[in-house]
Ligand binder design. Structure first.
Ligand code: F6P
Length: 741
């Protein structure tokens, strides 16, 4: 549409120019051709006169009026020669052929209209007269009047006028067609190039617009660079809070609707006797997304897994949360037992979970689980469409439960900005390739506008998997994939936690009280050193490895006997799965064995508490511990480590952290360990327990400055700002191509 308007702007003056050219040229050419024809007739008339004279001279006998008349009559058999007359010197018409106009002014032949060599000629209507001096026999100083039919000249002139007009119209149409084609091709090229530029594709292979548009392109580039630069500076300098995130949504995203999709719901309504009680699940995902949703006031779509969930929703399956201070909508999706078994326990947790974690547990892939996984992804995608108030909401898809959902959603809401965040690691292509549906999973994920992982390493693994299994264009420098004509930005966004400040931080129980509470909870006296582990009871968390490390610790440093306890709080999780039941059994047996080996009737080195702890309890345990042990065998981020740091404003406490967590890439002031290396892990725990207060403070200060700055609001803001930039660029390119939104 836009290119058409531009073309019209060019074509209109062209049309005017052509009409003007035709207006001037056609009469000119007309006049010229008429003049050529008249000159032709003059020559012809002279030739007739010459022929006549020769014929008469060569005739035997005397030249008489009759013989002259006969010769004239013979000559006019030529179809264009209408007549011949003879005027004498006195101006009298002496003789003429039949049909010759008898009122030819023989005197007028001296009035020169047009000279033609030695004679005169003139035209009257469709007749052409040529007066040629004639002398033969008795006829002296006479003039022969040769009369030609001029109508054919007018006819030809009319024809040539028409040809000229047809020529100009044809020329105009040809120029217009070529112009439209050239303009269209260069416009499309320009729009495509500008779109690429706006998407940020230009960095690898600079977009080369036609020379006349290069100024615009470089201005556009500079403008975008400036905006991004400004944004980065602003992001880097200011602290992120819920309030600031709310403002960002209003300014950068113009208050667009934000929809979150996750399997786990943030509030579970359950029954305790007659009463309904609300539970918070042990989930890093929920811990991270909940504060963002409070700030965005959007809609969170999740599986309603609680026993009293159905009783607490309205007829649209909505319930406002958090209870007591409602700030966003929770939309619950219902699953049958078979569906939950196939989609959640089966494909997600027996297939994808071990596939993505290098924890040496074989993934299990069943066709029936895959069918459920597809069906439930579609159900959640349909729910997003139903909840969307516009055709372009911002949708935050969470985790490995919904690998297929982005493409399903893209099909129904092509203008939506889909940000998928993968909370767990992404394996290398060899490991990923064992999944029988690896192609479908990649295709599904590439429905996202932005695909986020915790670390660059996982982004690279993903890009390599795409490269291995799909026909897609990958730009490594820009970390983008173009597949099926759509672009996905693959980027790392290290997730974090809500950082408590002000009143919220001050309201937490004092450190001394927490130390005492933890020791009371464990039945220890006040002087006992305590290290804690707080995790879901999951085989990826390295719980068995840390028990081995405690075993080695007590063996290697016997002075700790009776003085140190390791408390493992393990929240039961996915207990319906054999692998998890087996793991709980193994961990429990191992703890018993170690306790039997080192323990006394009054003391046990390991206390394994297989219970879920609520948020307050978790904070309290962290505040009361001397050391926090995180020994995941493989972990996307691990928010436990960050929660521990957030809990210690007293600058005490030591974090022992597995190098195989995403958190280790940021929290390098922790004591970083390889959990498979039992000896070093034991040493690290010992180092933590015996570390000077000054070293603890130095390390903790560094850790706290990282986590407080890179908090959950910055994580969300980074993604939402990228989404806003993408939406802005899409709007500009839509306007450029005339599809303006
Ligand atoms: O680590 C992946 C993850 O989805 C986390 O975000 C979350 O803490 C955990 O798994 C929860 O698992 P589930 O929802 O199966 O209990």
């Amino acid at each position: 549409m836009k290119s058409l308007r531009l073309q019209l702007r060019f074509l209109l003056p062209l049309a005017i120019l052509l009409v003007a050219a035709a207006y001037i040229t056609v009469p000119l050419v007309d006049k010229l051709t008429l003049r050529w024809f008249l000159r032709d007739l003059d020559i012809r008339a002279a030739f007739v006169a010459d022929t006549l004279r020769n014929n008469l001279v060569n005739q035997p006998g005397e030249l008489t009026v009759d013989s002259l008349q006969a010769e004239f009559n013979r000559a006019i058999r030529d179809e264009r020669l209408l007549g011949i007359g003879l005027c004498d010197r006195a101006g009298k018409l002496l003789l003429h052929t039949p049909g010759f106009p008898d009122r030819v002014d023989c005197m007028g032949i001296h009035r020169p209209d047009r000279r033609n060599g030695n004679g005169l000629s003139w035209s009257q209507g469709e007749l052409h007269f040529a007066a040629i001096p004639f002398e033969a026999g008795p006829f002296v100083e006479d003039r022969l009047i040769v009369l030609h039919d001029l109508s054919f000249v007018y006819r030809r002139s009319e024809d040539s006028r028409q040809y000229m007009i047809i020529f100009f119209v044809g020329l105009g149409l040809a120029i217009a067609l070529v112009t439209v084609l050239v303009a269209h091709v260069s416009w499309r090229g320009w729009v495509a190039g500008t779109r690429a530029l706006l998407r940020g594709e230009s960095l690898l292979k600079p977009f080369q617009p036609p020379p006349e548009l290069q100024v615009v392109a470089s201005d556009l580039r500079a403008m975008l660079r400036e905006m991004d630069e400004e944004r980065r500076t602003r992001m880097a300098n200011e602290a992120w809070s819920a309030e600031r995130l709310r403002n960002l949504l209003q300014t950068e995203l113009r208050g667009e609707q934000v929809i979150v999709v996750s399997n786990r719901e943030p509030y579970i309504h359950g029954r305790k006797g007659e009463a309904i009680e609300v539970q918070r699940p042990a989930s890093g995902l929920v811990t991270a997304i909940e504060p963002v949703m409070r700030a965005c006031s959007g809609t969170w779509i999740a599986h309603g897994s609680g026993g009293a969930d159905r009783e607490t929703v309205d007829r649209n399956d909505h319930v406002m949360v958090p209870p007591g201070q409602p700030s966003y909508t929770l939309r619950r999706i219902w699953l049958s037992e078979e569906e939950e078994q196939g989609y959640y326990y089966g494909f997600a947790n027996e297939g994808m979970w071990p596939l993505c974690h290098l924890a040496h547990v074989r993934p299990v892939f069943r066709q029936s689980d895959w069918e459920y996984y597809k069906a439930i992804n579609q159900r959640f995608a349909d729910a997003v469409v139903a909840e969307a108030r516009t055709d372009d909401p911002v949708v935050l898809v969470q985790d490995y439960h919904f690998a297929l959902l982005p493409a399903m959603l893209r099909e129904k809401l092509p203008n939506a900005t889909i940000i998928t965040f993968w909370h767990i690691p992404w394996p290398n292509p060899e490991s990923f390739g064992v999944c029988p549906w690896h192609e479908e999973i990649l295709r599904g994920m590439l429905g996202s506008s932005i695909l986020g992982f915790h670390t660059r390493f996982h982004c690279r693994n993903f890009l390599e998997s795409v490269d291995r299994f799909l026909e897609a264009r990958i730009r490594l420098e820009e970390s983008t994939v173009t597949f099926d004509g759509a672009l996905t930005q693959v980027k790392s966004y290290p997730i974090s936690i809500h950082w408590p400040v002000g009143e919220e931080a001050e309201q937490r129980p004092p450190i001394d009280a927490c130390r005492q509470a933890l020791r009371d909870r464990l039945g220890l006296d006040a002087k006992q050193l305590v290290a804690v582990g707080i995790d879901r009871f999951d085989y990826t968390k390295g719980i068995i490895e840390r028990f081995h490390a405690v075993d080695r610790l007590i063996t290697k440093y016997p002075e700790l006997r009776g003085q140190f306890t390791f408390a493992q709080f393990a929240a039961p999780t996915r207990s319906a799965l054999d692998e998890y039941q087996l793991f709980v059994e193994q961990a429990t047996k191992l703890a018993d064995r170690i306790n039997r080996r080192h323990g006394t009737p009054r003391w046990q080195p390991i206390q394994l508490i297989a219970e879920n702890q609520d948020a307050e309890q978790v904070t309290s345990h962290f505040r009361g511990a001397d050391v926090c042990v995180v020994t995941s065998l493989h972990d996307g981020m691990n928010l436990v480590a960050k929660e521990f740091v957030a809990a210690r404003e007293d600058l005490r406490g030591v974090l022992v952290l597995s190098e195989f967590t995403g958190a280790a890439r940021e929290l390098d002031a922790a004591l970083i360990v390889n959990p498979y290396d039992v000896e070093r892990t034991a040493d690290a725990i010992y180092h933590g327990l015996t570390m000077s207060a000054a070293e603890q403070a130095e390390r903790m200060r560094s850790l706290r400055s990282i986590v407080s700055e890179d908090n959950i609001y910055r994580w969300a803001a980074n993604m939402l700002l990228d989404a806003a930039r993408m939406r802005r660029n899409e709007r500009i390119s839509a306007r450029l191509s005339g599809e303006g939104r």
